[in-house]
Design a binder for this molecule. Structure first.
Ligand code: HEC
Length: 257
C-alpha cells in the first residue's frame, strides 16, 4: 500500500467513524403491523377526544393532563404514516400544534372531525413527525399512571412482570400497550436528555436502550396480536426484558425521581 493510499483509507475510516457517532439514527417510523396500529390509533383517538373535552373548559389545565394529549396527537401522526393515511397525519399534527398553543377548544373541534382511513397495501417509509415543544418530557408522559393523566403503561408493565401476584396478561391490552411503547421509544431515540448527551458513550447507551425498547415492543405487539393464540409465557418474558430497558435507562439518566 502506498503511503498516500494508506492516508486515504485511514481518512475514510475516520470519516466513517465520525459519521457513526454523529449521524441521526434512522428517523423513519417503526414498521409496526397495520392491524395493531389501527387498534392503537382507534384507542388514542378516543383518548384524545375525551381528554380534550376535559381540557377545553378548564381555566388552568394541569400539565400532566396536557402532555399525554399532545402525545396522543403525535402518536396518531405516526400511526397515520404506518397506515398510509395522509389526511390523518396532517390533521393530527394540526391538533398537536393547537395543543402546544393551549387552544384546547380548537383542538377538540378538529379532533371530532378526525377519522382513520388506512390505505390498502403500501410500505412504511415516512419520517418520524417533529414538533416544536414535543421533547423528552412530553414524549415520556403517556407512560404515566392513569390517575396522573397517562395510559398507565409503566404501572401495567411492572404489574404484569412482578413476582408476587402479577396481573393476568391480556393480549388485546398488551397489543395496544406495545404499539404505543414502540412509538414512544422511537421518538425517545432522538431526544437524549442532558445527562445522556455529555459524551458519546452515554449517547450510545441512550440509543441502544431506546432502540431495544422499539424492537422488543414490536415483537410483543406481533405476539399479542395473535389474541387467544398468543404465547402468554413468551409475552411475559418479553415484557420483563422491556421493563429492564426502561429501568436501565432510568437508573442511568433519569434524575426527576
Ligand atoms: C433511553 C432512555 C429511556 C428509556 C428506554 C425509557 N425511559 Fe422513561 N424516562 C427517561 C427519562 C430521561 C425520563 C425523564 C424525562 C423528563 O426529564 O421529564 C423518563 C420519564 C419517564 C416517566 C415519567 C413521565 C412523566 O410525565 O412524569 C415514565 C412514567 C417513564 N419514563 C416510563 C418509561 C417506561 C414504561 C419505559 C419502558 C417501556 C421507559 N420509560 C423507557 C428515559 C427513558
Amino acid at each position: 500500500m502506498t503511503p498516500s493510499l494508506r492516508t486515504l483509507v485511514g481518512g475514510c475510516a475516520l470519516a466513517a467513524g465520525m459519521w457513526i457517532l454523529s449521524a441521526p439514527v434512522n428517523a423513519g417510523v417503526p414498521d409496526l403491523p397495520k392491524d395493531s396500529s389501527k387498534k392503537a390509533a382507534d384507542a388514542d383517538l378516543a383518548f384524545l377526544k375525551l381528554r380534550l373535552a376535559e381540557l377545553a373548559p378548564k381555566e388552568k389545565p394541569v400539565d400532566g393532563q396536557v402532555k399525554p394529549a399532545l402525545g396522543a396527537a403525535m402518536m396518531l401522526a405516526v400511526y397515520a404514516e404506518v397506515l398510509g393515511d395522509a389526511n390523518l397525519k396532517t390533521e393530527a399534527l394540526k391538533i398537536a400544534e393547537a395543543i402546544t398553543k393551549k387552544d384546547f377548544k380548537g383542538a377538540l373541534e378538529m379532533s371530532k372531525k378526525l377519522s382513520i382511513k388506512p390505505a390498502a397495501g403500501g410500505k412504511v417509509a415516512g419520517p418520524m413527525p417533529k414538533l416544536n415543544k414535543y421533547e423528552l418530557t412530553e414524549i415520556m408522559s403517556p407512560f404515566r399512571g392513569k390517575s396522573v393523566g397517562g395510559h398507565n403503561i409503566d404501572r401495567d408493565i411492572k404489574d404484569m412482570v412482578k413476582t408476587m401476584n402479577p396481573t393476568k396478561i391480556d393480549p388485546a391490552h398488551v397489543e395496544i400497550l406495545a404499539v404505543r411503547t414502540a412509538v414512544i421509544s422511537e421518538f425517545a431515540i432522538h431526544y437524549p436528555n442532558d445527562k445522556a448527551s455529555v459524551n458519546a458513550g452515554n449517547k450510545a447507551k441512550w440509543e441502544k436502550w431506546s432502540k431495544e425498547s422499539v424492537d422488543l415492543s414490536k415483537q410483543i405487539a406481533a405476539e399479542a396480536s395473535k389474541g387467544g393464540k398468543a404465547d402468554v409465557k413468551k409475552l411475559k418474558m418479553m415484557l420483563t426484558n422491556l421493563n429492564a430497558r426502561c429501568t436501565d435507562c432510568h437508573n442511568a439518566f433519569r434524575d426527576d425521581e
